[in-house]
Design a protein around this ligand. Structure first.
Ligand code: NAP
Length: 313
């Protein structure tokens, strides 16, 4: 099986898959898509469960997405994942969507139901499971600060924190207006009375040391949703001097096993985890949507770790 297929090949799918046993009936759709870690993770899951299907990559440009979606039921696809830049357009193309997808305006998981498509967002629910697995705590019990609350991942995660009814939510983004716009959307979800300590339950804070230091004193969990730390030369998005030993630090970045933010957390004596667990659990949730059964987590984790190891060599 090839690593990546195109729309032109999808149009001739029965012929393209003629010699593949089992054929690809699941895929991640993106532009670019060659880097995606989803195929090794999902193929390990399909194999572990003895499913007659493989998972591949489809390199699809934005103007090709509608035709791609129309071809999925015709060619026997079970479903697909959508990644950059297709998550918002995917939601607009499905026939129905779950609450989380509708609230954040994107879908990353598509289920083929007969001739129709259903859209889901598993990033936020994946983070809930990841935080529970990494730190043994639930988002609903925490005071949370989201760094990068204006980006796609930040919006999904902040919305999930609000839907979980977290104790307190502080939104921080380099472009502050985006965090303010998100806060306005989430405000109705914070009207219920809860114990929260000093300050409002939902706040936007400036990306400045003094403001961050003040907020972090009343925070349990910091979630980095910025892209800062993805490149080798990047520094930590916030310095060790701002972090405190009581904090849990979750970095959604998974390109390194010890990100710069995690090293800063180490220096501050705080516990931390990288985004591999979020990637794992959003994938496990997608598998559950497609097959209506529990995902083989350990097989998926082993495949992801092996892929991350080979990608960093
Ligand atoms: P995105 O929509 O492009 O958002 C990028 C975010 O990073 C924005 O908030 C942006 O702030 C901020 N940012 C970029 N450069 C910055 C800088 N120099 N200083 C401060 N802030 C900066 O990207 P995305 O899809 O949300 O992805 C963001 C991160 O989430 C990536 O690191 C990705 O690896 C991670 N992620 C992880 C998972 C997982 O499963 N673990 C899933 C999805 C995403 P502005 O608004 O000011 O530009």
């Amino acid at each position: 099986m090839k690593d990546v297929y195109t729309l032109e090949e999808l149009r001739r799918w029965p012929e393209v898959m003629a010699d593949e046993h089992p054929p690809a009936r699941l895929a991640v759709i993106g532009d670019p898509v060659a880097h995606s870690a989803s195929p090794p993770m999902h193929n390990a899951a399909l194999e572990a469960c003895g499913m007659e299907a493989r998972y591949t990559r489809l390199h699809i440009r934005p103007e090709e997405l509608a035709e791609t979606f129309a071809l999925l039921p015709r060619h026997g696809f079970i479903g697909v994942n959508c990644t950059i830049p297709h998550k918002a357009a995917a939601l607009a193309l499905v026939h129905r969507a779950d609450e989380h997808a509708r609230r954040i305006g994107v879908a990353n998981t598509i289920l083929v139901e007969g001739e129709e498509l259903a859209g889901f967002s598993t990033d936020g629910p994946g983070l809930v499971r990841a935080v529970r697995a990494e730190f043994g705590v639930d988002l609903r019990d925490l005071r949370i600060l989201v760094l990068g609350a204006g980006g796609g991942a930040g919006r999904a995660i902040a919305t999930q924190c609000a839907m979980e009814g977290c104790e307190r939510l502080v939104l921080v983004n380099r472009t502050r207006e985006k965090a303010q716009a998100l806060a306005a959307e989430l405000a109705p979800m914070f009207r219920a009375a809860r114990v929260s300590g000093p300050g409002e339950r939902l706040q936007v804070a400036a990306w400045e040391d003094a403001a961050l230091r003040e907020q972090l004193a009343h925070t349990d969990l910091v979630i980095n949703c910025t892209a800062v730390g993805m490149q080798r030369g990047d520094s930590s998005p916030i310095s060790a001097a701002l972090l405190q030993p009581h904090l849990l630090v979750y970095d959604t970045i998974y390109t390194s096993s010890r990100t710069k933010l995690m090293l800063a957390a180490d220096d501050a004596g705080a516990r931390s985890a990288n985004g591999l667990s979020m990637l794992l659990y959003q994938g496990a949730l997608a598998f559950e949507i497609w097959f209506d059964r529990a995902a083989p987590i350990e097989a998926m984790r082993a495949a992801l770790l092996s892929h991350a190891g080979s990608a960093s060599r």
